[in-house]
Design a protein around this ligand. Structure first.
Ligand SMILES: [Mg+2]
Length: 117
């Protein structure tokens, strides 16, 4: 199933089932899950370590590297969904609220084509 026909809540249920089947809840404190996100994000960054900008695009197109990148993105997402389950934050609401904050902080007319703050 692709993003276009998948609900975030269904993915949260898949992650909850995976955790429940292994009885891993005692290990999944908010602190451990937040640290897990950071560890997996570091593994994702390792996929691009030492590459210049064009080479990083090439890596994302290379089938073997693309597979490793997808795995690490999934690891980050899995931890994020798990943290959402544990502490009860609705990711859709949180993302929409944060995008509104970001739009106010970085108005498009002022920051279009610029990345500096
Ligand atoms: Mg990983």
């Amino acid at each position: 199933m692709a993003d276009s026909d998948t609900k975030i809540d269904d993915l949260k249920t898949l992650v909850r089932q995976f955790v429940d089947e292994r009885a891993w809840q005692p290990f999944h404190s908010p602190k451990n899950l937040a640290m897990g996100i950071a560890c997996e994000a570091a593994e994702l960054m390792e996929c691009f370590l030492w590459l210049d900008l064009p080479a990083s695009h090439e890596a994302a197109r290379d089938p073997a590297k693309r597979s490793a990148i997808a795995d690490e993105m999934a690891d980050v997402f899995c931890y994020l969904l798990n943290l959402s389950n544990v502490i009860g934050i609705d990711l859709s609401e949180a993302l929409r609220a944060k995008l509104i904050k970001n739009a106010l902080k970085y108005p498009a007319e002022k920051y279009k084509g610029k990345f500096e703050v």
